[in-house]
Design a protein around this ligand. Structure first.
Ligand code: SF4
Length: 440
């Protein structure tokens, strides 16, 4: 029997794509390989967002060409963002098939024809082979219309396409039936979900993302609901209302409704001029106002962000504004990225004038402020009992899971509690996590 192995680079969207890829390969008779060494077919689900991510893909492909290490390997499929970039296609001798994930339904044909693009198929209709037994990523849309000046996503993923409401709900209901505890709705910008665009009309009268979120949060079952990610220009008061209302909604646990008190809201910069150059369409004041509204209406909400340091022309003073934003907001978590130019984007036409050393320095400075703010926020949980979804056992033998706020919680237990909701009394706060004791 032919065996496959999937290597994932980049974002959660790619994890979701990989689950669909795995399901399709198994439908075609492939079996999951224990590791890449025994695979006949390797799929790389790639990411182009940062140059470092692309470099890792090149490294992996070069490695797979070492015959002695990979004696069974016959086919390498390159999918995800990089498969659609012309400069990658030029190196096509490195992979056997360059495949747009949207063609997944035609995989058999593509495998037979090796790289002849088949008819467009709706890849959302491929039922994924979920990697986890308790957490599932459910894509609600693909593509992006925003064209942030540094981002390659709209060029490689294409324009926004919303998934039909009925499909999403049917996938979510199936997950609930199968006992899934955490459902994460995925989209490059969930706030612009619009089932009228590229989707069948909905009987549920769901016209936007808050409607969809509310509908799912009212489905019976014992599960948490999260979503990523939200563009600050599109986050509506309606969404905040739905999240706030859910806290006291029926059907949640003693700890709150099904929608978790957590949001990722990428700020990208704390300086208005840089935000303009990034084509983000909001100001720092708008961003701060959103945070204020979120915190006022959803007490205890954890806010994480994404930020880019060293964007072309970013002066020290402009960077100081980002420092100021971090000090003021006190994020619970931040994904701090050093700017790297992506060919084909608008920002690539600007001179990447901030040195690597300066970018490293700026990222480290932000990280220090983040640590202080996150620790302060974590200390508030000491003495509280939190609901935790157990994920795994770490190297030290402690169990680790996530709280509703997406904070990592560690505790000791003699039992394997993976995939279960437990209650943990917090005894210690760390910079990016909590430690506690299991309670009854
Ligand atoms: S919103 Fe901006 S950063 Fe996010 S995927 Fe779209 S273009 Fe890229």
């Amino acid at each position: 029997m032919m065996k496959y192995y999937i290597q994932i680079f980049g974002c959660q969207m790619n994890y979701s794509d990989a689950e669909r890829f795995a399901a399709k390969l198994e439908e075609l008779g492939y079996k999951k390989a224990a590791d890449d060494k025994e695979a006949d077919l390797i799929v790389l689900i790639t990411c182009s967002v940062r140059k470092s991510a692309e470099d890792r893909v090149y490294g992996a492909i070069n490695n797979y060409h070492k015959k002695k290490l990979y004696p069974n390997l016959k086919t390498i499929i390159l999918s995800g963002c990089m498969a659609l970039r012309p400069e990658v296609l030029k190196k096509e001798n490195k992979a056997d098939i360059f495949m747009d994930i949207k063609n997944l339904n035609s995989l058999l044909k593509i495998l037979k024809q090796k790289n002849k693009p088949a008819k467009f198929g709706d890849y959302f209709s491929v039922k994924p082979r979920y990697e986890s037994k308790f957490t599932a990523y459910v894509p609600i849309m693909t593509g992006c219309n925003n064209f942030c000046s540094y981002c390659i996503v709209p060029f490689v993923r294409g324009r926004e396409e919303s998934r039909p409401v009925e499909d999403i709900i049917s996938e979510v209901k199936g997950l609930i039936r199968n006992g899934y505890k955490e459902i994460i709705l995925l989209g490059q910008n969930v706030n612009s979900y619009s089932p009228k665009l590229g989707a069948r009309s909905s009987k549920q009268k769901i016209t936007d993302f808050p409607d969809l979120l509310e509908y799912i949060s009212k489905l019976p079952g014992n599960f948490w609901l999260r979503f990523i990610t939200s563009h600050p220009k599109d986050l509506s008061d309606k969404l905040i209302r739905v999240m706030a209302k859910n806290k006291s909604a029926r059907g949640g646990s003693a700890f709150g409704g099904k929608i978790c008190e957590q949001i990722n809201l990428p700020a990208q910069s704390g300086d208005d001029q840089i935000l303009r150059k990034m084509n983000r369409h909001y100001t720092v004041a708008h961003y701060k106002n959103l945070v204020k509204k979120l915190r006022k209406n959803i007490p205890g909400i954890a806010i994480s962000t994404d930020v880019i340091v060293g964007f072309p022309t970013e002066t020290k003073k402009q960077f100081e504004n980002t420092i100021k934003l971090f000090k003021e907001i006190k994020f619970d978590m931040a994904y701090i990225n050093k700017y790297s130019s992506r060919e084909g984007t608008a920002a690539a036409r600007l001179v990447d004038n901030i040195s690597k050393a300066e970018k490293v320095k700026r990222a480290a400075a932000l990280n220090e402020i983040l640590k202080i703010g996150a620790l302060e926020s974590n200390r508030k949980f000491i003495g509280q009992t939190l609901e935790v979804l157990v994920e795994k056992r770490n190297r030290k033998g402690d169990w680790a899971g996530k709280a509703r706020t997406y904070k990592v919680v560690k505790f000791k237990s003699s039992k394997n509690l993976v995939g279960k909701f437990v209650r943990v009394k917090i005894t210690k706060a760390e910079n990016f996590g909590l430690v506690g004791e299991l309670t009854k």
